[in-house]
Design a binder for this molecule. Sequence first.
Ligand code: BYC
Length: 315
Amino acid sequence: MSTEHIQNAFQQRLDKGDFIEPKDDMPDGYRTHLIRQISQHAHSEVIGMQPEGNWITRAPSLRAKQILLAKIQDEGGHGLYLYSAAETLGITRSEMIQQLHSGKAKYSNIFNYPALTWADIGAIGWLVDGAAIVNQVSLQRTSFGPYSRAMVRICKEESFHQRQGYEIMAHMMNGTADQKEMAQDAMNRWWWPALMMFGPHDSDSPHSGDAFKWKIKRESNDELRQRFIDKTVQQAEVIGLTIPDPKLKWNEAKNHYDHGEINWNEFHEVIRGNGPCNKQRMEHHIKVHEAGAWVREAAEAYKKKRLNKESLVTI
Ligand code: BYC
């Protein structure tokens, strides 16, 4: 069959609503697009453990510490589901980690900001996980089976994370004047980077064309960002927080909030490696990865030993 025939047959399967599975024929472009997106998604989950991990020893109560520990552990698990999904496309875990360490693979802009106070833990759960859910609910219908199934599982856990963050913010907004100020300060610092998580405007998003054709993306960066804004403004109002955007205004005709312009210079600087914490995040990841080399070696040795035993049994 010619390449054109293969591409047409593939597109027909997508248009019929079929999921694509790892052993199915797929165009090289589809495979590389997914490896890029899924591995970056996995890196985001794992790097995202760092700003919150910073607060485990300083959580204000045993209950808060237990919940935070469980949440961070979940994020590590999300990374594992996603690395496994990417591996089914023919890339190894160590290749993906190498791409992260060399700067070839990105991770979400949001994790390059510092978590300065306990309220930041609230803001991360509420706004960062909140934005991630809006994006990931849409990705549940992505065309690659293993990615879609990972999203279904991840979304269930993310909704608990979002509530955990909102509960912290609501609690602080019911507290002293200092606590209220701390919550508002965290809101002011995390709001705009959270909006950037959805990626550039649709008109400036180079990957969206293929992503829509191949049904990897079902909704656009701007559509998902708007959905997040519309639902979050109401949640902020309920607990008395102000969204730090003077241009935010309900638009009756559009049935959506209008909002101010995002600082895209800041976004590009951060994803280019020049955000406040990029260096720290990467240095920490490299250090811990190197320190864990013996665990990977031991796991490999165990796997080899088991395989040898199994082949003896088969003989
Ligand atoms: N940050 O053409 P575009 C979590 C890059 S973690 C950095 O629109 P696409 C959590 C983009 O990669 C969940 N880079 O791309 C964990 C591309 O550059 P490359 C995180 C970004 O792929 C711990 C270029 O800009 N969620 O929830 O069609 C604690 C052009 O963009 C960003 C995901 O990872 C960004 N925000 O659409 C708490 C979602 N945005 O690759 C919480 C999965 C864009 O050519 N990813 N870029 O070098 C996606 O859904 C899509 O990849 C995006 C971008 C919507 C992000």
